[in-house]
Design a protein around this ligand. Sequence first.
Ligand code: BG6
Ligand code: MG
Length: 218
Amino acid sequence: MITCCIFDLDGVLVDTARFHYRAWADMAHDLGFEFTPEQGEATKGVSRMASLDIVLCVGGMENRFSPEEKERLAAEKNARYLNYVSTMTPDDVLPGVRAFLADLKRNGVKIALGSASKNAGTILDRCALRDVFDAIVDGTLVSRAKPDPVVFSKGAELLGIAPERCVVFEDAAAGIEAATRAGMRSVGVGGDKLLARATMAIMTFENFTYDALCKTID
Ligand code: BG6
Ligand code: MG
């Protein structure tokens, strides 16, 4: 029986994956190369510094910058990203998410966040989502990035729930792998083919219910 749902944030509850992509693409443009949306897929679920390495590699610049310069590039990307985030309101929570979270609450299911982002708190506050969570694990609490399972196992541990009773909702292949390594089932959100390894997949949370989840994952 599923008693805990753990949600990734970027690209699952809110559409911030496109803001991350735009901020990296702007940086790449300034450095003189193009960074396509397809290349951007590899940065999903990955930490800020690991994402920077992925972007620089696309431009053939992986050895060009000192650690200090890389810190500066990452800080500039983050400033651009936060500029996009500053426009967010509670209306930016993705369709069907609030209704699904309320349905989980009605059924006594615990709700946790499992995000690699250091900006998760800011986004939860802007979107009025913070109070929904029984546990929040983000990039300020864990440093090992997905596919390391810690971002999900920590949430289950904080709530005292066994991994086999947890389901992870993810939009990134690295996140599905992290869930599997944590001994948890997973729901791939968004229908991307990279999510084929998830236990089940949904396109959106619209009309999705706890009953529907339990019919596929008991
Ligand atoms: C993840 C995103 O949620 O957070 C990644 O999918 C991002 O794209 C990572 O790199 C770290 O985010 P932040 O906000 O700490 O730079
Ligand atoms: Mg994500």
